[in-house]
Ligand binder design. Structure first.
Ligand code: NAP
Length: 337
């Protein structure tokens, strides 16, 4: 089968097409014919992980350390990137009951990745579900990671309620673009913060207001929010505090020790809270995301679709700041799906 491999860390050019053996499913596994994958934050980070210092890593040092060993110190251990997929079940092992050959599916592969390939074998209990009926394979491939992270964090940790004023810092990314739509579906009034090139994208996701972080500091706008959801953890709590309403929450999807200490201190005193949380990224959240998609509450807005063999160009396009929406890696051309 064709796959995009990388055998050394580095710029997009380290990604190259190879012919490798097609995997065969074990008794509890399914073989998925991948139709599409995506380019996300994790793919770009993993591609150049050797050069990512603890300070550039948006999480506490122990997680950097663990990830460094997981992905490989000097050369990549995970050889095929791509953490989101859509595709069709081609074969199912004899113990598999959830899927059968011919089922269209979408899913999240987490850190084990493997989406930039024609086939992947996954255990039946992977984060894999029936593809939403109202989405193409390409549309379904760019949603899973962001939707399952945003769903868990907003719902379980953000205590989001209808009528809440919510600000999403990082609204144009994988998690933020889903968070904008999920917060709207809960009946919140949503302000999305992103860079200049992606303002229209965030508006088209349904944000009531958008703020360009290159031109305006949202903490100085005078607006106050029930919830500030900071995806990259770029805002500082002392600054955002004045932008929170009484009992407001600042929810960090990315955080360092400083925010963990602020979470501890605000849990003891004060009405405004800091919450740092990791989402499990599980099947339940993918199934909830599927329901929201089929109810028309979450959509994909695809900027560009690159064929598998142009994965390096796709990475370069994202890294150079050109993307204006979701980016697809197309493994099976859409007209054939
Ligand atoms: N807590 C968890 O369970 C969990 C799970 C998965 C991932 N994460 C973390 O989430 C992060 C990745 O999120 P993602 O996949 O959504 O990333 P992404 O797709 O790269 O999006 C990043 C977002 O941040 C925005 N941004 C960049 N610089 C900014 C700045 N200075 N101020 C404000 N916004 C800025 C980007 O805006 P523009 O592109 O428009 O400039 C974009 O909207 C990582 O740090 C990862 O560790 C956490």
């Amino acid at each position: 089968m064709k796959a995009i491999l990388y055998k050394e860390y580095g710029p997009p050019d380290v990604l190259h097409l190879e012919d490798i053996a097609k995997p065969a499913p074990k008794e509890n596994e399914v073989l998925v014919r991948i139709h599409a994958s995506s380019v996300g934050y994790g793919d770009i980070l993993a591609r150049k992980f050797k050069d990512v210092s603890p300070s550039e890593f948006n999480m506490p040092f122990p997680l950097w350390f663990i990830s460094k060993f997981y992905f490989g110190l000097n050369e990549p251990k995970v050889k095929i990137l791509g953490s989101e997929i859509s595709g069709m079940i081609e074969a199912a092992g004899k113990d598999v009951t959830r899927f059968k050959a011919g089922d269209p599916v979408f899913g999240y592969l987490g850190q084990s990745m493997g989406g930039y390939a024609e086939y992947i074998c996954l255990p039946e209990n992977a984060v894999l579900a029936a593809k939403p009926a109202n989405m193409t394979y390409e549309e379904a491939a760019v949603i899973p990671m962001g939707a399952i992270m945003a769903l868990h964090l907003l719902w379980e940790k953000g205590n989001i309620q209808p009528g809440h004023k919510v600000l999403i810092n990082g609204a144009s990314g994988g998690i933020g673009s889903a968070a904008v739509q999920i917060a709207k579906s809960y009946g919140a009034e949503v302000t999305g913060v992103c860079g200049t090139a992606r303002l229209e994208f965030v508006k088209s996701l349904g944000a009531d207001k958008v703020i360009d972080y290159t031109k305006q500091d949202f903490t100085r706008s005078g607006e106050t929010y029930d919830l500030i959801f900071d995806v990259l953890g770029r805002s500082s709590f002392p600054d955002t505090k004045s932008s929170l309403k009484e009992n407001g929450r600042c929810l960090y999807a990315s955080f360092k020790s400083r925010q963990l200490l602020q979470m501890l201190s605000t849990s003891i005193s004060g009405s405004k809270k800091v919450i740092c949380a990791l989402a499990p990224g599980g099947l339940e959240d993918l199934l909830s995301a599927k329901e929201l998609i089929e109810a028309g509450k979450i959509k994909s807005i695809i900027d560009k679709s690159f064929p598998l063999e142009q994965t390096a160009q796709a990475h370069r396009y994202v890294e150079d700041g050109h993307k204006k929406g979701h980016i697809v890696i197309s493994v099976v051309a859409e007209e054939h799906t």
